[in-house]
Design a protein around this ligand. Structure first.
Ligand SMILES: [Zn+2]
Ligand SMILES: [Zn+2]
Ligand SMILES: [Zn+2]
Ligand SMILES: [Zn+2]
Ligand SMILES: [Zn+2]
Ligand SMILES: [Zn+2]
Ligand SMILES: [Zn+2]
Length: 1753
């Protein structure tokens, strides 16, 4: 191939050129040049193609190096006029840097905003600036950056306070802003200008170049070969998988290469996938296009000449170079800005910057990124040019947005994304509005893109195609821009600003007009609608605009003239919308209670009605502002008040509210879910501020200008209830004649809804402008009512309140004023509880309650009142007075129409059989009466003496009803109802009402006579005192209730041991467990003076063996544990573990060849066995497991869902507690041993044993050679007395127990070694002993870490598990090959007692002594069973124990003695004897090993070191022998504290001076110790300190986490993917076990594990945690638990905000701090090997977790 040849030639050619090249000379030549651009272009044309893009395998380093030497160096020489390094240093020195930080954020980097001082939420600081700023003491918000954007430190407009951090604080000297160019020589300026113009122009030309085979003039290469690239471009249409698949086909690459191509294309926007001659590339292109054209459009591919690609590469480098150079000097930066913004030859908008912007959507991602970065570091960092750039940006705005809408790249890759950097600067925004009419431009552009309208010109989203929907999504970013522009409300207005803002408002009203009445609905009768109409688009628009509408109102409110003009414009717009409002409608006249009004005939249930009324709602908002700012009173003449037609104003909002009522009443069921959803959003917290709330305001505005009777009649008419209340005998007749139950039900609901509406119109006065309230009162009331439902967490509360993302609402302060905070425990979250004194503000008919909220709140509040010993009435709360503009609304409460309605409902209630009234109807009527009475009382209280209170509700309700005449008065009806038996629930409120009436009458009389204010004051005082008393009583009562509840819970838990609500109760359960375990322990009734657990003197159960009876959880039958009985088993879970590993770098063993007989003291891999403690018959369990298997098989056939457990691997859930298990342990009785006579001492016993071993050895060899057919005569050593090789031991176990022994042994072997099950494998018993030892060691560690005593604190399930494990260990030889176990024993013993027939015994330092002890003891039975001489097992156990203990002493002294001793030596200690003994012993060792051991003279230190180091071993041994031999434990070991040592030594039959062990048996031990020390491996071990394990082994901890979460985010943001050179990782994930940061959930870091591709986390768990892992996903603030390849779950992180809540997903952005308690809880989960179990429980609780591909994380 031709291409390959050129490949090899060019570099050598270049080499010679390179040697001759001088940057200095080239620059000198340029200085002389007449036509500099031409010269430079010639240079570039010559060198660029020789450096860049020379073949398929590019070498970026050498490209960069050559580019630096041949291309950039001459530029720099020319620029500086001298050696660049000197010149640039000078520039830097003279530079006076600007105060802006301008740090550009990387993806995932933390950003901070101050909630108190930021001008708007887009103002952010980088971490460095934040830490050096005043805001770190304020309430701040932390988020992770999506990339792009920069630090606003130093921008005085961005911060209300503290705009500079310490680093960017301006000096006084350079505070006067001088021209940066002043410091530069004219020469330098000219040169800079020249070279910048050429290079920038070159880069712009190249990046916007669209020809594939040609170059711009002057750049044509001197020689051009047939070398091309096949360039693949990114799009957002095709998926990764499609691209990878296509590439494999098209360019014949491996999957790995294809993945790498696809990754680069996604990141950089393009990538050459093939290099070669034109044909070769064309061919690849056609394959790609053909393969991807089946989707919407094919992938974009270009075949480009290599020189074009080369120049484009360098163009990017050149831009980066410019960005780099201007960092040296603000002056250079300014020149670059000047060059960039200079008008080109084509005039307006033709500068290089314009050219780039206008080509933005045509460039590939990588190019866009580079030039955006340059813009940010140049134009946006220079205050003068930022303004000029902003103007150009605004001029091009429409074009840029249109390009963006058509482009398919995300917004972060579009130039339009820079808008936030300019529009949020208030001065720039204001300037752009006035100079460039930006507001109007944005709105017009937006409206232009939404062209789909109906006949009335309203938006129509119904028939949107997918493409239009896509476009609709993209144009929404324009709303974002509008929001930026409006974000800060002006403090000063100019006439120009007024003019332009109002012009913008005109545009905005045009937009709203297109929305007024859109998506209308008509009630469906008869049939259900056929298709749910589209409604979401309209609501999306509404939601997006909500904040804009609110901000528009804010702007209007800040200037009276603007407000008045806006009001007029809005009214005109509304009038325009309503033109034709009464067309064709017949006016009708309504009459009732002596009043009549004209209105139109309109039925919501029959005609079109729309929920979208933004114009009306904006007017309502402005109306309230008029009232609030009092413009209405000061300039009434300027207002078009006379043009207002109140009936017109209320008409549409009323229809909308009636629609909601009718939907509630079930009248619109046939209209389907789309309507239900719309109604839901209408009231939802996201929309209601500019929907429901404003409709209500409009009703209030309209009603305040109308006769209340007229208003109510119109309301009745729209509710279609007028006929009911207007009929003359409505009190009698209602519903009697109506037989249709549905209609009756509907009407009842409608009446309820209407009464509620009246309450709201009169009672909702908490918006400032309607009532006389502070701004915070509205918020306070919302919070009070949320907390009346129940105590809430901070985030819940925030979610329930309308968000105001633009402004700090000071919400926290308000919350604190009405609620008290209750801290969270180890689980759960902090909660806010309503302060008791705020409960009186509770309004049952609060307008933002949903029906569910209302009933919950009612229940909670009634309960509260009962607890306080009060009556259960929930009367309306006192209300603030109305503002004057709305004052007349109170008259609704006493108008004739309302009284008529109230009387009617009461009358229906008096005659319960008479009509179909409802209780909630009555409840509302009573509430309304209460409101009226409160109003009257308040007016009376606040009235001056001479002012008569005109509001006289008490008088009116005392009058008899009018129609029909002589009906009872409202008051009389109430008195009747008071005693009605069917109204028990309402009695309290009626009593309250009647008392109020009496009170008011008294007040009226008193004011009429002589006012005595003291009287009422006294009365208040008394009630205060009463209240205090009641409060105390309530608290006492609550405490009692709480106690009772806890007691009840406890007994409940004792009865059922069920793991529901496990997390909540776990702690108490464990405590409970512990207490039961101690009480039912095999404790003797009286304490033996010396309990000993091992050796011939050990404690034995007196008077016959105790029987142990257990109950099977499956069949509930009782069963005694006997060797010959039916087997009973414990559900168990065996897992591999590295929890105690001291060497995580040790590579995993080869499972086939690994010999596990000796555990290394680094404990790098162990096998842990745990159990939930639930006992079953083995046959019951087998039947259960078979059923699970069968069920699983059926399920897999039916649907391919996984379960949380892997049946094929033997996993199942405990049938009782659903704990994950994978095998069962048989329960065995204690071995029977008899206390025999005199036992031999150590040396004699050792003798006997070695003889036995010798005999066995010979026998084994004989057997081996016999099978091999050899006939070799071997000298038989005579067996010791009583040792009979031909003896066949009796297997004491029943067949079912034997079967279970095999089951558990095989399971431990299979899991522990990760091999296929093989019950014949000689390693089976070894694995069982190992698991027993490892489990005991891990439990011993856990007890130390939890600071619990050795005995008595374990839950009984763990006790049971340990006993079973130990006894199983001593029995498992019975199901193995006897000679195998004997061989194991022989090899084990040989590690301590040299045996010439055993080769390769390990060095003492390579053996974990506890494992050795356990294995020796448990394997000995296989030898002992042949002995009938009367040697006791107990004696053997004790000898093993003493031997291993001495070996461990040696091990400790050799490895764990500190080299340097700085501590003061304590002299004259009580343990003088021990200290001397240990010194002596140490010196013996030293004589054996010489200089390998440090000099030690302090016995005190040595002894302390030995004691501390050997303690874990002794504690483990105590646990082991206790469980093996069933010996009760001494009380000293049930408590923490001193005396543990002595108690342990006694219990273990050890002298408390351990050295005596050695001195007592010196004759035997001396040669042994010498032998150990002279083991060939010894010196090598001692000389490699990195692998040497010293004692005591510290417990492993999870890694330290920083206190402040942002430190982690920062750490993660600088973490790069280890595989794809320098890329940011998308999901950085921290291993909590070893602290490694991983690139999770990403293609780049997938590796192959056991033939499957797995993610970085899964791969890591196999190396670090034997398959189990514990991670923190840093971006998500979430703990990830993994086990194996298929199991995983998420877990709450140990980071909490100040409100005691976690922030999974980092959505809220509150500062997060480490909660040590929670972290400890996670650590405990890990240490006690419960991660897999936790995952199991999580997956059982949440089935969606099962479906996640955990192995890809
Ligand atoms: Zn900064
Ligand atoms: Zn700063
Ligand atoms: Zn601040
Ligand atoms: Zn059973
Ligand atoms: Zn269980
Ligand atoms: Zn990666
Ligand atoms: Zn790790």
């Amino acid at each position: 191939m031709a291409a390959a040849e050129t490949d090899r030639e060019v570099p050598s050619a270049l080499c010679s050129e390179f040697l001759q090249f001088s940057a200095k000379d080239t620059a000198a030549k340029w200085l002389q040049a007449n036509d500099l651009p031409k010269e430079v272009y010639q240079h570039l044309a010559r060198y660029v193609p020789k450096i860049y893009c020379l073949g398929p395998n590019l070498n970026p380093q050498s490209e960069d190096l050559l580019a630096q030497l041949l291309l950039q160096a001459p530029l720099e020489w020319y620029l500086c006029g001298e050696e660049p390094s000197t010149g640039l240093a000078k520039l830097e020195q003279n530079n006076q840097p600007s105060q802006l930080c301008g740090h550009v954020f990387k993806v995932g980097e933390p950003t901070y905003s101050c909630r108190e001082c930021a001008a708007d939420p887009t103002c952010v600081l980088c971490m460095q600036c934040f830490l050096g700023s005043v805001h770190k003491e304020h309430r701040y918000r932390m988020t992770t950056s999506g990339g792009g954007g920069f630090c606003d430190c130093g921008d005085t407009e961005a911060w209300k306070k503290g705009p500079y951090c310490q680093k960017h604080e301006p000096n006084i000297s350079d505070s006067l802003q001088e021209d940066p160019l002043a410091n530069l020589s004219a020469d330098m300026i000219a040169r800079t200008y020249n070279i910048f113009s050429i290079i920038l122009k070159y880069a712009v030309d190249m990046l916007t170049w669209d020809k594939e085979d040609e170059l711009p003039q002057g750049l044509e290469p001197p020689e051009r070969g047939d070398t091309y690239y096949c360039m693949l471009f990114n799009d957002e249409v095709h998926t990764y998988e499609q691209v990878i698949y296509t590439l494999q086909k098209a360019v014949n690459c491996t999957q790995k290469e294809a993945v790498s191509f696809a990754t680069t294309v996604d990141r950089d926007g393009r990538k050459s996938v093939r290099f070669g001659d034109f044909q070769f590339c064309e061919q690849a292109k056609s394959v790609i296009v053909r393969n991807t054209s089946r989707q919407t459009k094919p992938l974009r591919v270009q075949v480009m000449h290599s020189s074009v690609v080369a120049h484009q590469c360098f163009a990017l480098k050149a831009l980066a170079w410019l960005g780099h150079i201007i960092r040296y000097s603000d002056a250079l930066r300014r020149i670059l800005c000047q060059v960039g913004l200079q008008k080109g030859p084509e005039g307006e908008n033709s500068s290089l910057v314009d050219t780039l912007m206008l080509c933005d959507s045509k460039m590939w991602k990588g190019a866009r990124n580079v030039y955006h970065q340059l813009f940010m570091s140049s134009l946006l960092m220079d205050l003068k040019y930022k303004k000029l750039f902003a103007i150009q940006f605004a001029k091009n705005y429409e074009r840029l947005q249109s390009d963006y809408v058509k482009d398919d790249h995300d917004r972060e890759f579009s130039i339009t994304d820079l808008s936030v950097q300019m529009f949020t600067v208030p001065s720039l925004a204001r300037m752009l509005i006035t100079e460039e009419n930006l507001m109007t431009t944005i709105i017009r552009t937006f409206v232009d893109h939404l062209r789909h309208r109906d006949l009335q010109g309203r938006f129509q989203f119904e028939r949107y195609t997918a493409q239009q929907a896509f476009k609709f999504r993209r144009v929404q970013s324009l709303i974002g821009d509008l929001k930026y522009v409006l974000i800060s409300c002006p403090t000063e207005w100019t006439d120009k600003l007024r003019e332009k803002f109002l012009e913008g408002l005109d545009g905005f009203l045009e937009l709203l007009k297109c929305m007024q009445g859109m998506d209308p609905v008509v009630r469906q009768v008869g049939q259900h609608i056929e298709m749910e109409p589209e409604w979401e688009a309209a609501f999306t628009l509404q939601m997006k605009l909500t904040h804009i509408i609110s901000m528009m109102q804010e702007w209007c409110a800040s200037d009276e003239r603007v407000l008045i003009e806006a009001y007029k414009k809005c009214l005109t717009a509304l009038t325009h919308c309503h033109s034709g409002f009464t067309d064709g409608e017949q006016p009708i006249t309504l009459s009732m209670c002596g009043h009549s009004v004209d209105t139109i005939r309109y039925c919501v249930s029959q005609e079109k009605v729309s929920i979208h009324l933004p114009v009306s709602r904006l007017l309502a908002g402005l109306h309230v502002l008029l009232s609030k700012t009092e413009v209405a009173y000061r300039f009434p003449e300027q207002l078009p008040l006379s043009e207002l037609s109140p009936p017109m104003l209320i008409e549409h909002p009323l229809r909308c509210l009636v629609l909601c009522a009718q939907v509630h009443a079930g009248m619109w069921r046939r209209n389907g879910f789309s309507l239900v959803n719309q109604i839901y959003y209408y009231h939802n917290v996201k929309c209601r501020v500019e929907m429901f709330d404003k409709d209500l305001m409009m009703l209030q505005a309209g009603a305040s200008m109308m006769d209340p009777n007229h208003f109510l009649m119109i309301v009745l008419s729209r509710f279609e209830l007028f006929h009911i209340f207007s009929s003359a005998d409505c009190r009698k007749r209602y519903n009697r004649e109506n037989a249709n139950k549905d209609v009756v039900q509907q009407n009842s609901t409608l009446i309820e809804e209407m009464l509620h509406l009246i309450m709201m119109v009169v009672g909702e006065r908490f918006a400032s402008g309607i009532g006389q309230v502070e701004n915070s009162d509205e918020l306070k009331r919302e919070i009070v009512h949320q907390l009346c439902i129940r105590p809430m967490a901070h985030s819940e509360l925030v979610k329930a309140l309308p968000e105001n993302e633009n402004k700090e609402t000071g919400m926290e302060r308000v919350i604190d004023s009405v609620a008290s905070f209750k801290k969270p425990g180890v689980t759960g979250r902090g909660l806010y509880e309503l302060r008791p004194e705020c409960a009186k503000q509770f309004n049952l008919y609060f307008y933002h309650y949903s029906r569910a909220d209302q009933s919950k709140a009612e229940e909670a509040q009634r309960k509260l009142k009962r607890q306080n010993g009060e009556d259960s009435a929930l009367p309306p709360p006192a209300l603030p007075p109305f503002c004057p503009l709305f004052a007349s609304l109170v008259n609704i409460l006493q108008c004739d129409v309302l009284l008529g309605m109230l009387g009617a409902v009461l009358q229906w209630a008096v005659e319960p059989s008479g009509g179909h009234w409802s209780e909630s109807m009555l409840q509302r009527v009573l509430h309304l009466i209460g409101m009226a009475l409160l109003e009257e009382q308040q007016q009376l209280e606040s009235s001056c003496e001479d002012n008569e209170v005109t509001f006289n509700f008490t008088l009116k309700i005392s009058r008899p009803g009018e129609a029909p005449s002589n009906t009872p008065s409202v008051l009389a009806l109430l008195e009747t109802l008071q005693n009605a038996p069917h109204l028990e629930v309402h009695k309290d409120i009626i009593r309250w009402i009647l008392k109020m009436v009496v009170n008011i009458k008294t007040m009226r009389e008193r004011t009429a006579a002589a006012p005595s204010p003291e009287g009422s004051g006294h009365c208040q005082e008394e009630t205060v005192r009463d209240k205090d008393k009641a409060e105390r009583k309530r608290k006492a009562e609550m405490a009692r209730l709480r106690r009772e509840k806890i007691m009840a819970q406890m007994s409940e838990m004792q009865r059922h041991f069920i793991n529901e609500n496990k997390e909540l109760f776990q702690q108490s359960l464990e405590e409970l467990d512990a207490s039961t375990s101690t009480s039912q322990d095999h404790s003797p009734s009286s304490w033996d003076s010396a309990l000993v657990c091992v050796g011939p003197r050990r404690w034995r159960a007196g008077g016959g063996e105790r029987r142990q009876v257990v109950t099977c959880i499956l069949c509930q039958e009782e069963q005694e544990i006997r060797s010959d009985g039916r087997a009973m088993v414990l559900a168990a879970f065996v897992q591999r573990s590295t929890v105690m590993s001291k060497n995580r770098r040790r590579p995993p063993h080869n499972p086939e060849s690994y010999d596990p007989l000796f555990m290394h003291p680094d404990l790098s891999f162990g096998t842990h066995t745990g159990s939930c403690g639930h006992i079953m018959h083995s046959h019951c369990w087998q039947r259960y497991f078979e059923a699970v298997q069968a069920k699983e098989q059926r399920r897999q056939q039916r649907l391919r869902v996984h379960t949380s457990y892997d049946v094929e691997n033997g996993e199942f859930l405990c049938p009782l507690c659903e704990c994950l298990s994978n095998t069962v342990i048989p329960l065995l009785p204690l071995a029977k041993t008899s206390c025999s006579s005199e036992q031999p001492g150590l040396s004699q016993w050792l003798n006997t044993t070695s003889q036995q071993i010798k005999t066995l050895h010979a026998a084994h060899r004989k057997a081996k050679s016999a099978t091999a057919g050899e006939t070799q005569t071997l000298e038989d050593s005579p067996p010791p007395e009583g040792f009979r090789l031909d003896h066949t031991p009796v297997n004491p176990y029943s067949s079912s127990i034997k079967e279970m022994l095999t089951t558990f042994g095989t399971a431990t072997y299979k899991v522990g070694l990760k091999v296929h099950p093989n019950e014949q494998d000689p390693r089976v018993p070894i694995m069982c002993w190992g698991s027993c030892a490892y489990t005991i060691q891990s439990i011993e560690r856990l007890l130390v870490d939890e600071e619990k005593p050795l005995f008595g604190s374990l839950p009984c399930r763990q006790d049971d598990c340990l006993s079973s494990l130990a006894r199983f260990g001593s029995a498992c030889w019975t199901v193995s090959c006897l000679s195998t176990v004997q061989t194991h024993f022989i090899r084990l013993l040989a590690a301590l007692v040299p045996n010439p027939q055993v080769e390769n015994s390990p060095c003492l330092l390579d053996v974990d002594m506890f494992h050795l002890l356990v294995s020796l003891v448990l394997s000995y039975s296989a030898v002992h069973c042949l002995d009938s001489s009367g040697l006791s097992v107990d004696a053997a156990q004790l000898h093993f124990f003493h031997l291993v203990t001495v070996a461990h002493l040696v091990q400790i002294l050799l490895t764990s003695v500190p080299v340097e001793l700085t501590m003061d030596q304590e002299s004259g200690g009580v343990e003088r004897e021990e200290e001397e003994g240990v010194c002596l012993f140490y010196n013996i060792l030293k004589t054996h090993l010489g200089s390998s051991l440090p000099e030690m003279s302090s016995g005190w230190h040595l002894w302390r070191c030995v004691k501390a180091s050997i303690l874990p071993y002794l504690r483990g041994a105590a646990l082991f022998f206790h469980h093996l031999n069933g010996v009760p434990t001494p009380p000293e070991l049930h408590a923490l504290g001193a005396g543990e040592w002595e108690a342990l030594c006694t219990y273990l039959c050890l002298p408390s001076n351990l050295l005596q062990l050695y001195y007592n048996y010196q004759d035997v031990l001396k040669p042994l110790v010498k032998g150990w020390c002279s083991h060939p491996g010894m010196r090598q071990c001692l000389q490699s300190p990195e692998t040497l394990i010293s004692f005591p082994r510290e417990s492993n901890k999870l890694i330290e986490l920083p206190e402040d979460y942002s430190a982690l985010i920062n750490q993660a943001s600088s973490f790069t993917c280890p595989k794809s050179g320098g890329d940011k990782s998308r999901a950085p994930t921290l291993c909590l076990v070893c602290g490694t940061m991983l690139c999770s959930q990403s293609y780049c870091c997938q590796t192959e594990l056991e033939g499957e591709d797995v993610g970085a986390c899964t791969a890591h768990t196999f190396a670090c945690g034997a398959g189990v892992g514990l991670f923190l996903r840093v971006r998500e603030s979430q703990v990830l638990l993994l086990a194996g390849k298929t199991k995983g779950c998420f877990y709450a992180p140990p980071y909490l905000d100040d409100y005691g809540e976690t922030d999974q997903g980092l959505r809220r952005g509150n500062p997060l701090h480490l909660c040590r308690e929670r972290y400890r809880k996670i650590q405990k989960l890990w240490r006690q090997h419960s991660i897999t179990e936790e995952i199991g429980h999580a997956q059982e609780a949440n089935q969606t977790l099962v479906g996640i591909d955990w192995q890809h994380l």
